[in-house]
Write a protein of this length. Structure first.
Length: 249
């Protein structure tokens, strides 16, 4: 695997070759896609080289700015703190690349790129940030699992004639509503107030459906058995409603 990954579009290949030669002259290995479809489709070899490199050099041009592959490769280098940005045309870069110092190869030359790469190779590499688990997502899972477990406890308690099943059912409903609120906030990315409304609506609807099951002839003899579908039902209704109101873009 090479030290430097050069991200470019096919039209800018000559610049990639010049940078690669300048890096070889100072003993630094580099890699770029030399195929005819450079930067146009996913290739496992490209992905492997990108993840193994110690520095990413991007060559910005109008074609590169329009390429999602070049954008993704540059984003990877930016997040790791190993990006060296260059340009060969006067292009307007968006965030976050607009805040990165960009060398104009037409005036600075490839020697400036070599110096920038050497600085990056001598600096500690920052690992990509791992996504933090959402507290709302964790709480929703915990509450729904606990709600379902309490429904089972209530069912078994009723069969044994134990009045604790009433307490278990109340706790089952309460945890189901909390789980619905947390799940709504996690999926919809809305405020807590909106999550209370949306999750409460979903949890209440699931409770009504479970009560309807209880009133059927098949389940009329077992009150707790009718509430068993409550937790998964509330989770499904909440996920659907939260997805529908989720902001797009």
């Amino acid at each position: 695997m090479a030290d430097v990954f050069i991200s470019h579009r096919r039209a800018d290949r000559v610049w990639a070759e010049r940078i690669g030669q300048a890096l070889r002259d100072v003993g630094i290995s580099s890699w770029w896609d030399s195929s005819s479809g450079a930067g146009e489709q996913f290739n496992p070899a490209i992905d492997g080289e990108l993840k193994a490199c110690r520095c990413v050099v991007v060559i910005w041009s109008e074609a590169a700015c329009a390429s999602p592959w070049v954008q993704a490769e540059a984003q990877y280098g930016f997040e790791r703190g190993i990006l060296v940005a260059t340009r060969v045309q006067d292009v307007k870069l968006g965030t976050p690349f607009s805040v990165v110092q960009t060398l104009d190869l037409r005036t600075a030359g490839v020697e400036a790129v070599t110096q920038g790469v050497q600085l990056k190779l001598s600096a500690p590499i920052t690992a990509p940030r791992k996504r933090r688990r959402s507290p709302a997502g964790i709480w929703s899972v915990v509450c729904f699992v606990a709600s379902l477990a309490l429904a089972v406890v209530a069912w078994l308690g009723e069969e044994d004639g134990d009045e604790i099943y009433e307490i278990a059912l109340l706790a089952c409903w309460a945890l189901g509503f909390i789980g619905a609120i947390a799940l709504f906030q996690f999926i919809s990315r809305r405020s807590l107030f909106a999550a209370v409304l949306g999750g409460g609506l979903s949890g209440g609807a699931a409770l009504v459906v479970s009560a309807a099951f209880w009133n059927t002839a098949m389940l009329q003899s077992s009150y707790a058995l009718a509430i068993l579908p409550y937790a998964p039902g509330a989770a499904l209704l909440t996920a659907l409603l939260a997805f529908l109101v989720r902001p797009r873009g």
